[in-house]
Design a protein around this ligand. Structure first.
Ligand code: ADP
Ligand code: 5GP
Length: 188
């Protein structure tokens, strides 16, 4: 059955790393590209990592009802276009979305777009210490944004809404747990 898996977890838990691995190794999976008003990071490409849009364009997309969910997170706005999900599902069995806790809950708790068959996958770091080390190692955060991201990571919401939980301690182990999760989800 075709399904959508929502990946959520604290910033730095390893969502992008695991998603990139899945994209490289699993043929039947695609990942949505969200819209954001955040500025691109050095390595990010418009249309690949995100659609980087202005606040005005984001408002316009809201008015036109194009989003299945949108949030304000770390002072920027992020949203998922319904068309982004249906485009992925045309060519793939599983569509993955990387959403913050609020966006994930909007969808999982309210059974939004039931035909997309959403399920939640919570990705957690083994400890706050390692989370801090990973965010520092990624080298993408200012002192201020590091503080906010670490502070907000204490606040993991609505754990019961997630069907799967993966603790990303040993990366190879987390990758194989994720492959198992994808297979299971696809074959149910
Ligand atoms: P997220 O997308 O959840 O914000 P990333 O995938 O960007 O997190 O990972 C944050 C940093 O941690 C990256 O530099 C990544 O290479 C590193 N990382 C991811 N998983 C592990 C792991 N299991 N052990 C050590 N470092 C990791
Ligand atoms: P970042 O700025 O690190 O790329 O992402 C910050 C947070 O926004 C992450 O927790 C990520 O999961 C979340 N995010 C990215 N795209 C979307 C989206 O379309 N909707 C929601 N709700 N969250 C998103």
């Amino acid at each position: 059955m075709k399904r959508c898996l929502i990946f959520s977890g604290p910033s730095g838990a390893g969502k992008s790393t695991l998603m990139n691995h899945v994209l490289e190794t699993t043929q039947y999976v695609g990942v949505t590209v969200s819209c954001t008003t955040r500025a691109p990071r050095k390595s990010e490409v418009d249309g690949v990592n995100y659609h980087f849009v202005s606040n005005e364009k984001f408002d316009d997309l809201i008015r036109r009802g194009e989003f299945i969910e949108y949030v304000e997170c770390y002072s920027n706005r992020y949203g998922t276009l319904k068309s982004a999900v249906s485009d992925i599902l045309k060519d793939n069995d599983i569509c993955i979305l990387d959403l913050d806790f609020a966006g994930a809950y909007q969808i999982l708790a309210h059974n939004i777009v039931p035909e997309f068959n959403f399920e939640g996958v919570l990705i957690l770091p083994p400890s706050m210490r390692s989370l801090r080390a990973r965010l520092l190692g990624r080298g993408t955060e200012t002192e201020e944004s590091l503080k906010t991201r670490l502070h907000e990571s204490f606040d993991i919401k609505n754990i019961a809404a997630y069907k799967y939980i993966i603790i990303n301690n040993d990366l190879e182990k987390a990758k194989s747990e994720l492959s198992w999760t994808l297979e299971k989800s696809r074959n149910l």
